[in-house]
Write a protein that binds this ligand. Structure first.
Ligand code: ATP
Ligand code: SF4
Ligand code: MG
Length: 333
């Protein structure tokens, strides 16, 4: 069963005297236990809005988010129901999760205490155990966040949320403030934690090459909508949506050979005035007449090489899907 399940989620930002921003416009995704779902897309496509709505920090305009089968979306102001301790969020800036003026051990002890509903001291063995989980020495408990490097601080932010023993963690660009070697270390820590704790992880990033290293499933977002989902390596080797093809084409190849960057014409449109039909149509090199009129929904496709109608065992939510008329017309399952 999915730990985190997002169904037809819409988030609008209403602004007085100006058109409403449709930041998330009908997204369905699910994350399973022991799985990293990587959500990628250009700046402004709605990733952070989706992340915040997923953990109940932003109210959806429509649709639902369920964590362990209960909605996260009808929270009364300022309170967070106890069962939502199991759903935690890590932000790009580690200081969003850490208080710079308190010692690390005391902050992790608060997280442990929130779960056990008791006062927990900084020298509690459970605090040391959480530090060890993220690869930091027990002595870190006595220090302040500013005494650590950027990568270590992100480890601390992760430790802070792990203290509450979550089963799902949403991370919004946890790597983007780090240098390449710290990025690689935190990325492999996420994989280790996913395996060790059977966590369901929603990892948000604009950096496709980093996400590729760690995500089991990839979801590609464009202007408030998910345009393609599937097992990471399948998408990487055979992207079906023209936008995914352009994104992957633009990733520099490590051997310096690879493909040339695929430049898309034009800018990402304003989500307050999204294009009609397929939101990607003004920039799509393959657009047909129908694309500017009818909006394609994310639709499960048959794996390449199989004939239409062959039975497929992949669970819905991780199955290969795309929102493109060219694929829906020929490859829909
Ligand atoms: N509070 C707000 N009021 C109005 N518009 C907003 C608000 N927050 C975000 N937006 C707009 O909603 C859209 C989605 O923003 P969001 O921050 O979710 O994108 P993102 O994919 O996380 O971008 P980035 O990669 O830059 O972090 C953008 O057009 C943004 O300008
Ligand atoms: S639906 Fe049309 S415009 Fe949209 S991605 Fe497919 S071909 Fe391009
Ligand atoms: Mg963001």
């Amino acid at each position: 069963m999915s730990v985190l399940s997002i169904a037809d989620l819409h988030v609008d930002y209403r602004r007085r005297g100006r058109p409403t921003v449709q930041a998330v416009a009908g997204v369905s995704l699910s994350v399973e236990k022991g799985q990293i779902l990587g959500l990628v897309g250009e700046s402004g496509c709605g990733k952070s809005t989706l992340a915040r709505a997923a953990v109940g920090l932003v109210a959806p305009s429509a649709g639902t988010v369920e964590f362990d089968g209960s909605p996260t979306t009808r929270l009364s102001r300022g309170t967070r129901p106890a069962h939502l301790l199991g759903l935690q969020m890590v932000f790009q800036n580690p200081y969003a999760s850490l208080n710079p003026r308190r010692r690390v051990g005391a902050q992790i002890a608060d997280g442990v205490g929130a779960r056990s509903r008791t006062k927990v001291r900084a020298d509690d063995p459970r605090v040391a155990a959480v530090l060890e989980l993220v690869g930091l020495p027990t002595s870190a408990a006595g220090r302040y966040p500013h005494e650590f490097s950027g990568g270590q601080r992100q480890r601390l932010a992760i430790a802070r949320v792990l203290a509450a023993e979550p089963s799902a963690v949403v991370l919004d660009e946890p790597l983007s403030s780090l240098d390449a070697s710290a990025q690689a270390q935190i990325a492999s820590l996420l994989v280790e934690l996913k395996d060790k704790l059977s966590l369901a992880i929603l990892l948000i990033s604009h950096d496709l090459s980093v996400v590729r290293q760690v995500a089991d499933v990839l979801a590609v977002m464009y202007l408030g909508r998910v345009v393609e989902v599937g097992p990471t390596e399948q998408i990487w080797s055979d992207p079906r949506h023209p936008y995914t093809q352009a994104l992957i084409g633009a990733v520099p190849q490590p051997d310096g050979l690879g493909t040339l960057p695929t430049a898309l014409p034009g800018e990402v449109p304003d989500p307050a005035r999204p294009p009609s039909g397929c939101r990607f149509h003004p920039r799509c090199p393959e657009a047909i007449a129908r694309c500017s009129v009818e909006q394609p929904d994310l639709t499960v496709l048959v794996p390449s090489g199989r004939k239409l109608g062959t039975s497929i065992d992949t669970p819905i939510g991780t199955a290969r899907s795309a929102a493109c008329w060219l694929r829906i017309d020929t490859e829909a399952r």
